[in-house]
Design a protein around this ligand. Sequence first.
Ligand code: HEM
Length: 533
Amino acid sequence: MWEITHAARNTWALALALLAISLKPYGFMLKCFLLWMRVLASTARTIKHELMHRSIHDIPGPIPFPIIGTQWIYNKYLGKYKISKVHEAYESMFSEYGQVFREEAFLNYPVIHICSSDDIKTISTATTLYPIRPPIGIVCHFRKEKTEWYKDSGITNLQGKEWHTLRSNTTADLFKLRVIRNLLPELNDIALAYTQELDKMRNPDTGRVQDIIELNRKLGFESTCLLGIGLRAGLLEDELDPRAKKLSEATNSFFEALNTDSFSLPLWKWKLFNNKFYKPSNYVKLCKAETDLYEVISEYLEETKLRISESSDQPSAIDVIPRNIINNTNLDQRVKNSSIADFVSAGMNTVGNTLSLLLYHIAKTPDVQKNLYKEICNELQPNEDITPGFLKKAKYLDACLKEYYRMTPTAPHIARILDQDRTLSGYHVPKGTAILCHTRIACKNWRYFSEPDKFIPERWTDNKRQEHGHLVCPFGFQRRICPGQQFSEQTLKVFVTSIVRRFDVRCEQELELESKFLLAPVGPLAMVFRDRN
Ligand code: HEM
């Protein structure tokens, strides 16, 4: 054994000696080659180091100015982008700067925009006890001034343990499928009122309805009031309740004020610009909207409280959610009112606009609509109400919703503040930075979804797995995910089913979108509703 290894060692030594002798004339060249290899290795190390340590300041983006940051790009006179078309501005900046770019908000606070699948995954799958979403400063400011109405800045703005306690105390029922399913009979009723209204509105010869957006907003409002206050607000009735009208207008102006505020200097912060003699116009708009919202909701809630106190121990299905908040002894009276007002304002426009956008895609793709109608006919008897059983079986309907979410989610991006340092697209981004995850833009990328501009629900049928499925998250993610998701999806399914089973829907118009804090369809949006025979 010893002899074999000894012999092998000798052979190796001999071979190396021969190699050295034969390479001797090339010694100088060999040295040069080795030196060159060392230079290459050191350059590679430097590049790797630089790539790993590219800082947030290296992220490309529009030129920032001191104090105002990059907000000038949305200025009417100086900038090239419009506030009402911010979604287009973002698309254009991603094509100019790549998959990550940096804006600077007021006082040069960095806001990082991302649209790559990996980066979005890094943020959306991070396990965090209390995820931080940037609070809406103007709302927090107003609520701080109105301590007689508000104890805190509300579920959408609170952070940390305080947020978590409020969320656990007010939203637990929204996650119970049984509670949500019990609202189905009322939703069927609202859907019937809606199709009757469509019937009245459409041209008797052509079936054309001039604008469905307003009607759908009313529908979103009616259903959200049912959820939050246990009331039918009567928005679909001929005789409009003036309170309902006030609430609907208040929600619209609330979102408009938020949108304007996101791209202007926060003058409301300083006494010089915000005092008893003068207030910035957008702040005045927000105050009025919040005041109207609060007053109407409080009035409605008084009625709900009275009804609950007079009813027997067993609450009706529609009273479960408001009753559990009203009777919760852990909650301050102000918190009860403001939480319910927050539910209504969070759900109203989102549900209505989502319905218009979903219907648009279905109206534009007759083949999809045919398949959907077939599923409805297979799973539901004529005139049978929509039941939990149907919702469980309607897989094509699920796929239509998912595909709609991919294409035109009303929340086109999800915002977070980093609670720890992260590497995004090779840049080191420190804790405390605001990140906008542009899921809508990512979902339009052909690298992630084939034929991204086409409405193809079949992508999602038969439990097909999409590699980049995590990009479809219209209700957000982590523990901050929208608590209204189950209710909203159920509502959308009931309304779409009721419309498609009754009418053949078509749309000749092209969709135009605008940014109103969230993404909204621009009206009027005409559609044709023909009776099915
Ligand atoms: C189609 C309808 C809706 C859409 C698309 C939608 C979307 C969203 C999104 C994207 C968020 C942010 C989530 C995140 O940051 O991860 C959110 C938060 C929220 N939504 Fe919705 N929403 C809808 C309906 C509703 C309804 C009906 C309610 C009523 C209960 C509601 C109440 C809320 C609340 C309270 C929050 C804040 C949650 C928190 O910060 O803990 N939403 N929603």
